[in-house]
Design a protein around this ligand. Structure first.
Ligand code: FAD
Length: 413
């Protein structure tokens, strides 16, 4: 492991220049295959395991470089296309993601198809080399300004539910696509509704064969869960995307992207363990009691155990580890909320400008409002438990119509 870290560190020492633009630095990382080294070698990676990828990122962090372009594209779309795309598709779609020129969103959930994702109704109809898409997606994170969507749509209603779905690399910037932001209780519009009205996608953007989309989507979901389970190495962050102003800024001008980084003194933002950060705030406020310390210690231990679990998640060595890690992450979000609010005491009731002026600069209050989300996105806690029970423990499945029932004969959600 240390060899990989040393190698990355030496490479970074020789190549890092904080005066480079973000776009130039990401090109440089791309040429050296340090953007997403866990991708296979034939897909612009180094074929590293998850642990090895983290080691290489530690090497970059040792030198204090900006991190690679990160987002839904690199977290889910790139590994999915690497696994199921043709050589031409890998060549076409992956480099712009790794160099931060294109961003992607995930067009999976629909108003009637969230947990029951395979019940999706959005239709894909082929005419020659072009597919026409009609339907609605919802809860699409960061859809605005993206270049492509990972779209799953119903391509054959006569086939059984899971067999008539196709996965498309779907161009978002077209007249048949309307994006409407949804404001959440945090006050931000992180996710959106996406309406597709006679939108089009070329046949050569089908990833992994027509009607094979459920298999491809499961790859996407596996990477999503493994990533959401945490354990990545944090590096300074710049925004990717064609419209992003960050691309032309000096690469050395960015800090860490975390609640701490966005909301507190940047010198303190070097991704402290959350419990340690809470402890500092609480000590400054004179709020320490045994009970408060206890909740911080529990949080610290759970975060450490989950970090170690997450390191194994992409290695594929332990069944269900992605699902277990995702479940742990939603529990940790609730623990952070409890321990965080204990650490700031009555200030937890403040909002907006009052919160920003108080301890933690509003970060704990914002995190509190966001805390229900991890138990929902990427598959709810209940769905993770169903998967663990049915697929890994061999428990009986929920009653359902015979598996060969054509989709058109199933009751719609
Ligand atoms: C912050 C956030 C970001 C998101 N981003 C995206 C995105 O970018 N792209 C995207 O496609 N989607 C996204 N989602 C949507 C997310 O994947 C869905 O919300 C999730 O899959 C649940 O679906 P649903 O909301 O339709 O709830 P439902 O499926 O209607 O579930 C409602 C409740 O019933 C329970 N339930 C349902 N079925 C079962 C069952 N069989 N057994 C036991 N309990 C069950 C659920 O656990 C839940 O508690 C996001 C969600 C959030 C909160």
């Amino acid at each position: 492991m240390t060899k990989i870290r040393d190698q990355a560190r030496r490479w970074a020492e020789a190549n890092w220049d904080p005066e480079m633009t973000v776009a130039q630095w990401w090109e440089c990382l791309f040429e050296a295959r340090y953007c997403l080294p866990s991708l296979p070698e034939n897909a612009f990676g180094r074929g590293y395991s998850r642990q090895e990828e983290n080691e290489s990122r530690r090497g970059l962090r040792d030198v204090g470089t900006l991190g690679p372009a990160v987002g839904i594209s690199t977290m889910m779309a790139a590994p999915t296309i690497a696994a199921h795309g043709t050589a031409e598709q890998i060549e076409r779609f992956i480099p712009p993601m790794l160099t931060g020129r294109h961003t992607w969103c995930q067009l999976f959930s629909e108003p009637g198809a969230g947990s029951d994702l395979a019940g999706l109704q959005t239709s894909a109809v082929r005419d020659g080399d072009v597919w026409t898409i009609n339907g609605q997606k919802v809860w699409t994170s960061l859809a605005e300004g993206t270049d492509y969507g990972m779209l799953i749509a119903r391509s054959d209603r006569d086939k059984p539910k899971h067999a008539g779905i196709t996965w498309f690399a779907f161009p978002m910037r077209q007249s048949g696509v309307e994006i409407r932001p949804l404001v959440e209780m945090t006050g931000q519009a992180f996710f959106n509704e996406v309406f597709m009205d006679d939108a089009v996608v070329d046949h050569d953007a089908v990833i992994g064969d027509v009607n094979n989309g459920w298999r491809v989507a499961n790859t996407t979901l596996t990477y999503e869960r493994a990533s959401l389970a945490g354990a990545g190495i944090t590096l300074p962050f710049a925004g990717a995307g064609r419209d992003s102003a960050d691309l032309e800024k000096p690469a050395g001008s960015f800090g860490y992207f975390s609640y701490q980084a966005r909301n507190s003194d940047p010198t303190e933002a070097k991704k402290l363990p959350t419990a340690v950060w809470y402890h500092r705030i609480s000590t400054d406020l004179g709020l320490d009691t045994a009970a408060r310390l206890d909740s911080r210690m529990r949080l610290y231990i759970c975060e450490e155990v989950n970090r170690m679990l997450g390191l194994r998640a992409r290695g594929g060595t332990v069944p269900a580890i992605g699902n277990l890690g995702k479940l742990a992450m939603s529990k940790i979000a609730r623990m952070r909320r409890e321990a965080g609010n204990q650490s700031i005491g009555a200030a937890g009731m403040l909002a907006g400008g009052d919160a920003n002026a108080g301890p933690g600069k509003g970060a704990i209050q914002r995190m509190t409002l966001h805390s229900p989300a991890p138990a929902i996105y990427g598959g709810t806690d209940q769905v993770q438990r169903n998967i663990i029970g049915e697929r890994f423990l061999g428990l009986p499945k929920e009653p359902a119509p015979p598996p060969d029932t054509p989709f058109r004969d199933l009751p719609a959600n």
